[in-house]
Design a protein around this ligand. Structure first.
Ligand code: GTP
Ligand code: SPV
Ligand code: MN
Length: 581
């Protein structure tokens, strides 16, 4: 996986361009972290939170113009435009580099250039990979320390001086007019400028582990996916492993860490990963997954001791909070943390909170070490990863899409993934709540032509044969006429996992519908649940007339691909059309 320049030479080249005052190579030690923290406390980037209740935790505010991923400024820069495909923004590598070089030129004057080597994946795992991020943001370095295996151990993991994915990042003047997140997958290179936030700036995450990695994965026969990985312990004491792809801010962290409502019945959930899965075919022919990350960069709003106690426990020490509100007790707060808003808060820009609007930004986040999660799986560091039994695709849809359904085959499952649609969220800039197609929850993250990506999924299914995981679709967000969620969600989602598990064992009943197999109302365990039978019927309902109205959107999406769309996708489209009558 070689970059074209030796690491030292590339660092020098970046320094020549960005002209920092000094260069600092990160070793990843705790002393170094403390040094960065002290520097950020001094310059006001960090605010220290209540040491008694949130030891070693810090609050940071981003520039108000820089609060989420910027999909309209994210580019896949391949030599041929067709290789980026119809779902990505494209510029030629030469043109993009020319534009960005002007922004990079001298952008680190008066600043330190940090060189951040990091490993994505457990140390020593065959599937793990090294990246090096150059950045002028101490905040980014601190986040990378939590999110990845960072420092000397990454340098030690390199097979030779070329064995890394290169990422150059500068906040520069944080100007939205001069902000670009560019990927050069043919060169194993990422350039990001003008943003210091989340996936725009922590280059190991979406830029490397999804966009560059998905390109590599296609070349090398594996998969890089926007998926949580969870461990499901069942009453027989066995463990099965499930991955789930849900779009940004649609419930991956929550599903991965859920406290099962069916613990008494023997269904328990543990976390292997909450955002990204790298999957490969093992020696036994099964699909295995590792979590390339070492921490959680989780959505704060909605997280509370009831909805996600494990996240709350994870973030109570050694964590960074970005764009949350601050209470009088010097503790972080966000919408949905408590029912009552505390008096006398500062909002996410540090101003006195008036009580109007959001105190925390809707995309405010916590950065917490995965090892602190009470329900982290014992397999989290397993270099082999975990064998996957089921793959779930999920969306945020108020209408039409039932709580859960089972795909009829791998090929049909690929069609279900390819035609996913979901309401947009605050995780990216732009309108919120607009339904858009989001294939495999990867629309913003596929680093190449999505038509080729669908083909790659079909190819992986052929290689896996009868060892392929079963595919399901989930939707926790269906609402009634008054806009209220029909399904309680969170820990009660274990009831859906139970049905999925029993389906795989050939035990649970299902009703065949046009879109796939849906639980019969009796097959879903609703014991102790405070919902009416009518509500359950509603949340499981598949209405053919409504589904027919979904078809034109799918067709319009597929039409964009021309001859890069696998023929099998049209076959499945026609079969669905027929089943709908
Ligand atoms: P990214 O980190 O952006 O990729 O997001 P994610 O998919 O991990 O989403 P996350 O689990 O953080 O959830 C996003 C929002 O959805 C939070 O506000 C949650 O409280 C809410 N949420 C998660 N699960 C459920 C559920 O089962 N029901 C309902 N109603 N809301 C949920
Ligand atoms: C997402 O948007 O899917 C995230 C947050 O997980 S970010 O790291 O900003 O991409
Ligand atoms: Mn994500």
């Amino acid at each position: 996986m070689p970059y074209s320049m030796k690491l030292k030479d590339w660092v020098q080249e970046c320094a020549n361009l960005c002209k920092p005052d000094s260069i600092y190579w990160c070793n990843g030690s705790d002393e170094e972290y403390q040094m960065l923290v002290n520097k950020m406390l001094e310059d006001g980037t960090f605010h220290k939170l209540n040491e008694e209740t949130y030891p070693n935790c810090y609050l940071s505010y981003s520039n108000p113009n820089d609060v989420a991923r910027v999909e309209h400024l994210t580019f896949i820069c391949t030599k041929n435009e067709k290789d980026a495909g119809p779902t990505n923004h494209w510029k030629s590598p030469d043109e993009m580099k020319k534009i960005m070089r002007e922004v990079y030129d001298g952008c680190m004057k008066g600043r330190t250039m940090y060189v951040v080597p990091y490993v994505m994946g457990p140390l020593g795992a065959p599937a793990s990979k090294v990246g090096v991020e150059i950045t002028d943001s101490a905040y980014v370095v601190a986040n990378m320390k939590i999110m990845t295996r960072m420092g000397q151990k990454a340098l030690d993991s390199m097979k030779d001086e070329y064995d890394y994915v290169a990422g150059l990042h500068s906040v520069a003047d944080c100007n939205p007019e001069r902000r670009y997140i560019a990927h050069f997958p043919e060169e194993y290179l990422i350039w990001s400028v003008g943003s210091g936030y989340g996936g725009n700036a922590l280059l190991g995450k979406k830029c490397f582990a999804l966009r560059i990695a998905s390109w590599l994965a296609r070349e090398q026969g594996w998969m890089a996916e926007h998926m949580l990985i969870l461990e499901l312990e069942t009453p027989d004491g066995k463990k099965s492993y499930i991955t789930a792809a849900l779009p940004s801010a649609c419930g991956k962290t929550n599903l991965a860490m859920m406290v099962s409502a069916l613990e008494n019945e023997g269904y328990k959930v543990k976390t292997v990963g909450d955002d990204i899965a790298w999957m490969y075919i093992g020696d036994d022919g099964r699909l295995y997954a590792i979590n390339p990350e070492a921490g959680f960069f989780g959505v704060a709003p909605g997280t509370n001791p009831k909805t996600n106690p494990n996240a709350i426990a994870s973030l109570h020490k050694n964590s960074i909070f970005t764009n949350v509100a601050l209470t009088k007790e010097n503790e972080p707060w966000w919408e949905g943390y408590t029912k009552e808003k505390p008096e006398g808060m500062k909002d996410w820009q540090g101003k006195d909170y008036s009580g109007e609007g959001n105190a925390a930004h809707p995309n405010s986040r916590f950065t917490a070490p995965a090892a602190q999660c009470p329900c982290i799986s014992s397999e989290f560091e397993n270099p082999k990863g975990v064998p996957i039994d089921a793959i779930l695709f999920g969306a945020r849809r108020a209408t039409n899409v039932p709580l859960v359904y089972e795909a009829l085959s791998w090929q049909h499952g690929v069609f279900v993934g390819a035609t996913m649609s979901s309401e947009t969220t605050a995780a990216a800039t732009g309108a919120v709540g607009v339904i858009r197609r989001d294939p495999f929850a990867m629309l913003p993250f596929i680093g190449y032509n999505a038509g080729d990506y669908f083909q790659h999924w079909l190819n992986m299914g052929k290689k896996l044969g009868d060892k392929a995981p079963k595919i399901f679709h989930i939707n926790w967000f269906r609402t009634d006429e008054d806009g209220k969620f029909l399904w309680p969600g969170f820990g009660d989602n274990a009831r859906v996992l139970k049905w999925i598990h029993e389906r795989m064992e050939g035990k649970a009943d299902a009703k065949a519908t046009a879109i796939g197999n849906v639980p019969t109302p009796d097959a879903l365990d609703t014991k102790g649940l405070d919902v009416t039978k009518e509500q359950i019927e509603k949340v499981l309902d598949v209405n053919n007339a409504n589904w027919k109205s979904e078809l034109p959107g799918m067709k319009e999406f597929f039409d964009k691909f021309g001859d890069t769309l696998p023929k099998e996708m049209w076959d499945e489209y026609k079969a669905l059309e027929q089943r709908l009558g």
